[in-house]
Design a protein around this ligand. Structure first.
Ligand code: ATP
Length: 307
């Protein structure tokens, strides 16, 4: 059972003050883009003491992905087996194209793909709503990877409302050599706000952004892109300042750090302009590599039922 799952970029990430539980209230406008991981789940015997799940990873990022119980895909399969309430087994293979620790929710994507693949492999047929609940318990970004498209997330980001979008938007992603820890970027954001005496406003969805999405207006969308984590990501990874500047100088309609970074996202006016912008970023040497993608695309989807 093979499931394809997209990466996300945050079109708006507004971060409220830290809560007592350590999380932040967010307004998070997620947008699924055509940069995909694939997860294949195959039959395997259950363990004597309960569910047994193993994972292997292929692709250029394979070395950076944990192969034990820390892997979010393994956690997802085990959570699903627990919900099923009987001993089950699966062998997972992740073909990874989404950068690791890149601010594009690759681990969450793999968890979502695993829920869909194992639900089908094990013949559970759980309702979408139940898969969404398991997804939310695994992490704030996992439910959106199931849903795909474009959606506003509130709370920790996990309460989702679909946003209607006209047409396609064309993106360029400048992939960085290293990664940034999401927790460290949030901590830096809190630290910078405290140092400057800035009180975080209660996060609200940008009406300009919503109208631009609905109208398919890339120019307005480009100007409305917003990421409260960007100053912290730039503080922790100074070279990204040059990356963003290069994209703007080469005609991007909008430029921002994706989520907690260090991937930078650029909105282009057309597919041809995205291709030209990616080539210009590669030539400028301001990233490890630049890739094009379009959005919105669907969430975790079965592409092969190879049984
Ligand atoms: P987000 O945008 O949700 O904050 P991210 O894209 O920055 O996430 P991920 O690629 O999801 O980051 O990886 C974060 C960390 O999670 C990695 O450093 C890795 O150790 C761990 N991890 C666990 N499972 C996976 C997985 N299946 N794929 C990638 N990383 C994983």
């Amino acid at each position: 059972m093979t499931v394809r799952v997209p990466a996300k970029v945050n079109l708006q990430l507004s971060v409220g003050p830290p809560r007592d539980d350590g999380y932040h209230d967010l307004v998070n406008v997620f947008h699924a883009v055509s940069l995909f991981d694939e997860v294949t789940a195959s039959d395997a015997p259950a363990g004597s003491g309960g569910a047994a799940v193993t994972v292997s990873v292929e692709g250029q990022y394979a070395g950076q992905v944990p192969l034990d119980g820390e892997n979010l895909a393994v956690k997802a399969a085990l959570a699903l087996a627990e919900r099923a309430g009987r001993p089950l087994g699966a062998r997972l293979l992740i073909r990874k194209a989404i950068p690791v620790a890149g601010g594009m929710a690759g681990g969450s994507a793999d968890a979502a793909a695993t829920l869909v693949a194992c639900d089908e492999l094990w013949g559970l047929g759980l309702p979408r709503q139940e898969l969404m609940e398991i997804a939310a318990a695994l992490g704030s970004d996992v439910p959106f990877a199931l849903l795909g498209g474009t959606a506003v997330g509130t709370g920790r980001g996990e309460k989702l409302t679909t946003v209607s979008v006209t047409g396609d938007f064309h993106w360029v992603f400048a992939l960085a050599a290293g990664g940034l820890s999401t927790a460290e970027v949030y901590a830096e954001c809190d630290r910078m706000r405290e140092a400057s005496g800035e009180r975080a406003a209660w996060p609200q969805a940008s009406q300009t952004l919503m109208t631009a999405l609905e109208a398919g207006d890339a120019e307005t969308l480009g100007k409305a892109l917003l990421n409260d984590l960007q100053p912290a990501a730039l503080m922790l990874c100074r070279p990204l300042v040059r990356t963003l500047e290069a994209g703007r100088n080469h005609g991007a309609l909008g430029a921002l750090v994706s989520g907690s970074g260090p991937t930078c996202a650029f909105l282009a006016g057309s597919e041809a302009k995205a291709t030209a912008l990616a080539a210009a970023l590669d030539a400028a040497g301001v990233c490890r590599s630049a890739v094009t993608a379009r959005g919105p695309v669907p969430g975790a989807t079965i592409v092969r039922a190879d049984r």
